[in-house]
Design a protein around this ligand. Structure first.
Ligand code: HPA
Length: 262
């Protein structure tokens, strides 16, 4: 049976419905992951859960050890990762509480260790044309239909360094560049997973209107409130998603390193 990793973001520090088997502390060549991993089952699926900010939410986005987190999933045998995150909504029509299946990324981060291949193991350039696993995206859409959780299919995620929120001009420019949502943690998570040939999908919950879209001041409280409100929907969606994920992968993610090394 394949193992599925879940990364929880702001407001999602454990996995509702998980029949917990073990808590596992993992060591990696890159240091410590954000927390211990929770291993267990939902239905017949083996799940590995990690809260990316730590379970007490004490790790800010720019301090997350992304390499250790993703390496830990690989070490524990996860072939796929579903990544949940809170985002600001940029695209017209997106409202707090909406859930978006991401399909593209604009990487605007500046200061992060973003690769497992620093040259010691050869020079590697993974293909990242489609940053999210196409098979998981389709499964998420189907799961949404099955359990009647409305999902926005497709969205470009602008990944910013943080931890501050954006200026109104920044959001306007991201919008012109094609971004639909903005968040602080989507990169380098996605590319690191690809470098380890793990399927990665991004599910973003719109927690607030991005800066300048609404006239109100942005507050952390509204982000947390929106995430809490969607917990029940997310649980239903994820449980159905796990049921629909086949054992064998049909996407190209598992062969990402083929023809990627010099
Ligand atoms: N900007 C960046 N990251 C975020 C936001 C935002 O407005 N909301 C939740 N995460």
């Amino acid at each position: 049976m394949s193992k599925i990793g879940v990364i929880g973001g702001s407001g999602l520090y454990d996995m509702k419905g998980l029949v917990l088997k073990k808590r596992k502390t993992v060591t990696t060549p890159f240091g410590k992951p954000s927390d211990h991993y929770l291993l267990g089952e939902i239905g017949n699926t083996e799940i590995i859960f990690l809260p990316r900010h730590g379970k007490r939410h004490d790790i800010p986005p720019h301090k997350i050890n992304y390499r250790a987190n993703i390496w830990g999933f690989k070490k524990l045998g996860a072939e796929r990762i579903l990544s949940i995150s809170a985002v600001g909504g940029i695209k017209k029509g997106l409202r707090p509480g909406d859930i978006v299946i991401l399909d593209q990324i604009l990487d605007l981060t500046r200061n992060r260790k973003s690769t497992f291949y620093d040259g010691e193991d050869g020079v590697v350039h993974i293909d990242f044309t489609e940053p999210y696993c196409p098979e998981l995206r389709k499964i998420l859409q189907k799961a949404g239909r099955n359990v009647k959780v409305s999902l926005k299919n497709g969205g470009t995620y602008a990944a910013v360094e943080g931890p501050r929120l954006e200026t109104a001009s920044e959001i306007k420019s991201f919008s012109i560049l094609g971004a639909d949502v903005v968040g602080m943690t989507g990169m380098p998570e996605a590319s690191l997973a690809r470098e380890l040939e793990i399927c990665y999908s991004g599910l973003s919950v719109v927690a607030n209107y991005a800066a300048g879209i609404s006239k109100r001041k942005l507050t952390v409280a509204e982000v947390m409130e929106a995430m809490k409100d969607t917990t029940e929907k997310l649980k239903r969606l994820l449980e159905e998603t796990f049921k629909l994920i086949p054992d064998e992968r049909e996407c190209p993610c598992g062969e990402a390193l083929k023809e990627a090394k010099i």
